[in-house]
Design a protein around this ligand. Structure first.
Ligand code: C5P
Length: 232
């Protein structure tokens, strides 16, 4: 079984992040650097992780004029990053694909932030249901030649139907049965997310806030493998 775990390094500095990466090691497929850690430790830390042989998921959700996006993506690709998020708007995605060129980087579209509801969309001037916009943006991502999409585990089944087998689907918002949810409201278990078509799961606190993060990552892998064996 391919390891689907991406560990979210939601910490305020390189030192704390290093501690997690050292503890989890090869039990994760990749490590996610989001805005907080990026603001604290920047590309120097990203390059350090890449240099140490780790796959990095840079969660920057780029959104700017096409030329700026293209040039920024070129820099990220040159740094050896494995996954990068950009907003799922047509011109932004097309510019990102151009900037990536032939690099190994996988570009992932953020469709609609999962914190958004219908009212937040209306506030932006989009008079539609969240699900409609998610579906539209998945289609646009495919048309733009993006490599994948970030989506909620509760919508991943529908997203897979639209995206087809070739796109990489990544889902945050997963929790093992019984694990603390923190501020996540709409969650699915890791096994459910995989069963519904996810390729990778972004997991933060359930792994990073335990005494033995490597053991927790292994336990989640077993949980998924057992669910798979039970289903077949
Ligand atoms: O600690 P937890 O597992 O909830 O962390 C989930 C990670 O996924 C965080 O880095 C969070 O920012 C990110 N994320 C999310 N929901 C989204 C998009 C990203 O939880 N819709």
């Amino acid at each position: 079984m391919k390891n689907p775990i991406i560990v979210a390094l939601d910490v305020p500095g390189a030192e704390e992040a290093r501690r997690i990466v050292d503890a989890v090691g090869g039990h994760a497929a990749a490590y996610k650097v989001g805005m907080e850690l990026y603001a604290a430790a920047g590309m120097d830390f990203v390059r350090e992780l890449v240099g140490a042989g780790r796959d990095v998921f840079l969660d920057m959700k780029f959104y700017d004029i096409p030329e700026t996006v293209k040039r920024a993506v070129r820099q990220v690709a040159a740094a050896g990053v494995r996954f990068l998020t950009v907003h799922g708007s047509g011109p932004v995605m097309r510019a990102a694909v151009e900037g990536k060129g032939s690099a190994r980087l996988e570009l992932l579209a953020v469709t609609v932030l999962t914190s958004f509801d219908r009212e937040d969309l209306a506030d932006l001037g989009y008079p539609c249901e969240v699900q409609e916009l998610v579906e539209l943006r998945v289609r646009k991502a495919k048309e733009a030649d993006m490599d994948g999409v970030v989506c909620s585990p509760l919508e991943v089944r529908r997203v897979r139907e639209i995206a087809g087998p070739g796109m990489t689907l990544v889902t945050p918002g997963v929790r093992s049965p019984g694990a603390a949810r923190g501020d996540q409201k709409r969650v699915a278990t890791p096994a459910e997310a995989i069963r519904n078509g996810a390729d990778y799961l972004v997991i933060g606190r359930q792994i990073t806030r335990t005494a033995d993060p490597a053991a927790e990552a292994r336990r989640i892998l077993e949980e998924i493998a057992e669910a798979r064996a039970g289903a077949s």
